[in-house]
Design a protein around this ligand. Structure first.
Ligand code: SAM
Ligand code: SF4
Length: 431
């Protein structure tokens, strides 16, 4: 979502004459769009500001803006810790960025209210210039679920769903710009609910509406919550021709005790039920997930339950991190699991997750798979695209392949990437 937000901020500031530069130590203005989900990402912000301060080439100080969730959560502390920061702007105040830059006179400024509706009303009037083959499109923001470990409800604010027609208009714009794949975004994307008069629109309605647009080839969405995987959405894995057979569905832990301590509002059985229902409807669908390891109270038996779940589902790609206490969240006050134990568990789970990923990739060797070609790799005569499961695919191709669905015969794989060559036989047949 930060990538989407950064593009939209850029579409906005262009109006007052600010353009991107590659001269990184000579800019008039810096904008760091930040993530607060784990502590590491926050520290990166200060490193980056320090790097600019030390190496900046001009005499006049640049305007230093910190945007995003770190800015929202730690506005005062940030300015105190590094006075090089001039402007703090939270994720729901981006629409005011031009005003704040134009009026800036080197007095510190902070914008951290939750104005999600105003923000989108403003952004809806500005053309989305993203011209990627695969584009992001935010449909929902914020969260009302308050998992005990998570900062999102405090940094992105309450759940907000954008108007259905505005999303479709933005999708049409992106498709005009060249998008062939859209990833619908939200912190709880499957909680999307827009009411207008006596009608209400859900994520499934959006998917089926986008399905009708001929030029659009692929639809994805992320990130979803198990509780909001409703029957109508599950049904889309059979009724939509363009929804990709890949669900990123975070579970965090395979232990009901830990899920309850996390305030996740679902148990393992609910997750397994969603998995079963989707597989019954379309057995090609594969799953990935997020895991938090070493959550306060996690015993070996809880961790073993998580490993059991991983073995049952055979996720093809997942994210796993050690619990990071976030300031202001209920879990930050709890006694953490010993660092060494948490680290060992993380290594164990990542080993199993990686093995599945490698094995799944290996099953594709010598097979011809459909790839949406996104771009040419820098400094190499190779092209990059993704298969339906979001794996990176690198192959020898040609410029004319960009934006097209092509068949690639896989010759080699590693954990993250599939390598191959154009399958002339299949592509000719398709033509
Ligand atoms: N809304 C989605 C859900 O509930 O499944 C997840 C969105 S959250 C922004 C992305 C991921 O960050 C979570 O799934 C979780 O694994 C991870 N995360 C959030 N807070 C964390 C924390 N305090 N420590 C470690 N990982 C965290
Ligand atoms: Fe964070 Fe997701 Fe829980 Fe919301 S549902 S609090 S975004 S982990």
């Amino acid at each position: 979502m930060n990538e989407y937000d950064t593009n939209r901020i850029y579409d906005t500031v262009k109006d007052i004459g600010y353009l991107k530069t590659n001269d990184h130590l000579n800019a008039d203005c810096y904008l760091l769009n930040t993530c607060h989900i784990r502590d590491k990402s926050k520290e990166k912000v200060f490193d980056e500001i320090g790097r600019v301060r030390k190496n900046y080439k001009n005499k006049k100080k640049p305007i230093m803006i910190v945007a995003g969730c770190v800015a929202q959560a730690e506005s005062d502390e940030m300015i105190k810790r590094d006075p090089y920061i001039d402007i703090i702007i939270g994720p729901q105040s981006y629409h005011k960025i031009n005003k704040i830059i134009k009026n800036f006179n080197f007095k510190k400024d902070e914008l951290t209210e939750f104005n999600t509706e105003d923000k989108f009303n403003y952004l809806d009037k500005i053309k989305n210039n993203d011209s990627g083959v695969s584009s992001f499109l935010t449909i929902q923001e914020g969260c009302d679920k308050f998992c005990n470990f998570c900062v999102v409800p405090y940094t992105r604010g309450p759940e907000f769903s954008r108007p259905f027609n505005k999303i479709i208009e933005e999708a049409e714009q992106l498709i005009k710009n060249g998008a062939k794949e859209l990833t619908l975004l939200g912190q709880n994307v499957n909680a999307y609910l827009y009411k207008y008069g006596n009608k209400s629109y859900k994520l499934s309605n959006l998917i089926l509406e986008l399905d009708k647009i001929t030029e659009l080839k692929r639809i994805r969405y992320t990130t979803s919550h198990p509780k909001d995987m409703t029957d109508d959405l599950i049904e889309c894995y059979s009724s939509s021709k363009k929804l990709m057979p890949f669900v990123h569905l975070p579970i965090q832990s395979g232990s009901d005790k830990i899920l309850q301590l996390m305030n996740r509002n679902h148990n393992v059985e609910k997750y397994m039920q969603v998995h079963r229902m989707i597989k019954e409807i379309n057995n090609k669908v594969e799953f990935s997930s997020d895991f938090i390891i070493g959550y306060p109270g996690e015993l070996d038996t809880d961790f073993n339950d998580t490993m059991e779940l991983v073995k049952n589902i055979k996720f093809i790609n997942s994210y796993s991190f050690i619990f990071s206490p976030r300031p202001g969240t209920p879990a930050s006050k709890l006694k953490p699991v010993e660092k060494e134990i948490a680290k060992e568990r993380l290594i164990n789970i990542q080993k199993v997750l990686e093995d599945y990923q490698i094995k799944k990739n290996e099953t594709l060797i010598d097979k011809s798979i459909e790839v949406l070609v996104e771009n040419k790799l820098k400094n190499q005569n190779k092209y990059f695209g993704r298969n339906v499961f979001l794996n990176s695919v690198v192959f020898e191709g040609e410029k004319r392949h960009i934006g097209k669905l092509v068949n690639i015969k896989i010759t080699k794989t590693n954990r993250n990437t599939l390598f191959g060559k154009i399958d002339e036989n299949k592509n000719m047949r398709a033509a």
